[in-house]
Design a protein around this ligand. Structure first.
Ligand SMILES: Nc1ncnc2c1ncn2[C@@H]1O[C@H](COP(=O)(O)OP(=O)(O)O)[C@@H](O)[C@H]1O
Ligand SMILES: [Mg+2]
Length: 241
């Protein structure tokens, strides 16, 4: 099998290759470092579990690739843009971007509700960002499940963390002026679940030593006025509570 190096636009921690086998376009993800095998196994487990639970992820192919001596996974290569590229695209109408984001929020809300009602940590994305959602002609696909959760936490805490991180990344892909609309759209996707969003807000404003964190946040925004920080997100959500 002929492997062609594949380099996405952004930095990637793993080595990625494209290959063609029996007419299928494949992506081979090779894991590096000490915990490579663990990360590959986790990614494989989550991909299978998300698919079984009805969420859109790449299939895992049982294909042996000769000549790779590190852990790897073989998946279909998905012709796509990342959600980040889609949201940042200069010529795309804002309406299309907001409709796409709203669909992703709804899909996330379904998954989070299922994770909460079944107490299922495997349904949490532990590296939630807009580079890990692929936009295809047929809909969106979630990728990149190799990261173990850093600390032991409850499912509700993990859901709140995923929501907070994802909405911050998405808001940074759009212009800052669109933040209120983004928060609105997320709120309706989750059926205005106040308890859940209180938890999201508390991750930021419930931490001890608030005055220090707030000060750092203001200083950061002075040098990067366009950035959407976790405080911008927390403050915007708070207005809905
Ligand atoms: N199955 C796939 N098909 C097409 N592109 C992919 C696929 N998987 C990953 N990519 C591209 O490679 C990038 C990095 O892959 P990812 O699994 O997120 O690895 P990393 O852990 O390095 O972030 C993604 O953001 C996406 O652009
Ligand atoms: Mg990634």
């Amino acid at each position: 099998m002929q492997l062609r190096s594949f380099q996405p636009q952004r930095f990637t921690e793993s080595a990625l290759f494209r290959a063609t086998a029996n007419g299928d376009e494949l992506l081979v993800k090779v894991y590096d470092g000490r915990l490579a095998e663990l990360r590959r196994d986790l990614e494989c487990r989550k991909l299978t579990h998300w698919a079984d639970s009805g969420f859109s992820v790449p299939a895992v192919f049982d294909i042996t690739v000769p000549g790779i001596d590190q852990p790897y996974l073989v998946m279909p290569f998905i012709e796509s843009l990342t959600l980040s590229q889609f949201l940042k695209h200069r010529d795309r109408p804002l309406q299309d971007k907001q409709a796409m984001l709203s669909a992703v929020f709804k899909d996330n809300a379904l998954r989070h509700n299922l994770a909460l009602s079944t107490d299922d940590p495997l349904l949490i994305h532990t590296d939630p960002n807009t580079d890990n959602v692929l936009v295809t002609r047929g809909g969106t696909v979630h990728i990149d499940f190799e990261h173990p959760s850093k600390k032991k936490k409850s499912v509700s805490q993990a859901v709140a963390q995923e929501i907070a991180a994802f909405v911050r990344r998405a808001s940074n892909d759009l212009e800052k002026t669109h933040l209120p609309t983004t928060i609105d759209s997320m709120f309706s996707a989750y059926g205005r679940n106040r308890g859940l969003f209180r938890h999201v807000v508390d991750l930021t404003i419930g931490r001890p030593l608030q005055f220090i964190h707030r000060h750092k946040d203001r200083t950061r925004k002075r040098s990067h006025p366009q950035i959407v920080t976790r405080y911008d997100i927390a403050d915007a959500i708070k207005q809905h509570l």
